[in-house]
Design a binder for this molecule. Structure first.
Ligand SMILES: [Zn+2]
Length: 208
């Protein structure tokens, strides 16, 4: 009988939840649940309440789709950001990586995924309506495509170049530094800094 089966029911359930987390195997989940058991009761209660409230407190920014507790995320609210440059990312988790480079001071747009015909994820699964609304606002002159360099990320970038064709914006694609086939969410900021500074223009404004 596996060791985990010998634990009381509630502890087994806690282990099962921990094992659902990315990168956490059965043994790690077991250690995590036992570690939480050692916490002071008040800390356990606060952790439980935080988890319970997380879906209510965290939601997408009304403008860019970044994760936020307010209506607008800190970037969209920040008047000192460059408001004519937009960096398009797959997930909100990429934003801290790009911020860590210190190379970009514009605004973000979170697609909420990438195109994946094999998994049945088409354009309708991406946050495109809000993107069009923002571009139609007319303030944006530069768009950086910071999707991954894997097949799906490249397909998404190509799709976006077509989508952006009607707008008078310069479109560039991050190019160097991000290892081919990798997911940009897991890039470090130094790698991302090279990717941003090495970006190549894939579309110029129509009036150029
Ligand atoms: Zn925002």
């Amino acid at each position: 009988m596996p060791a985990a089966n010998m634990y009381p029911e509630a502890l087994k359930q806690a282990m099962q939840y921990f094992s659902r987390l990315p990168g956490v195997g059965r043994r790690s989940a077991e250690r995590m649940a036992l570690a939480v058991l050692e916490w002071p009761e008040e800390q356990c209660r606060q952790f439980g309440e935080l988890l319970r409230d997380l879906p209510k407190r965290i939601h997408p920014c009304r403008q860019c789709g970044n994760l936020t507790e307010s209506e607008l995320c800190p970037f969209c609210r920040d008047d000192t950001r460059q408001r004519d440059a937009l960096c398009i990312v797959e997930q909100a988790t990429q934003i801290p990586v790009i911020e860590g480079t210190g190379c970009f001071r514009g605004l973000y747009h979170v697609l909420g995924g990438k195109l994946s015909p094999l998994s049945g994820r088409g354009p309708e699964s991406l946050n495109l309506n809000m993107l069009r609304t923002r571009l139609e606002g007319g303030n944006i002159t530069e768009v950086i495509l910071a999707t991954s360099s894997d097949v799906e990320g490249e397909a998404t970038a190509s799709f976006l170049v077509q989508e952006l064709a009607p707008y008078s914006v310069t479109v560039s694609r991050i190019a160097f530094g991000v290892p081919v086939g990798s997911d940009v969410s897991y890039s470090d900021s130094a790698t991302m800094a090279m990717a941003l500074s090495g970006r190549r223009i894939v579309k110029r404004p129509d009036h150029d």
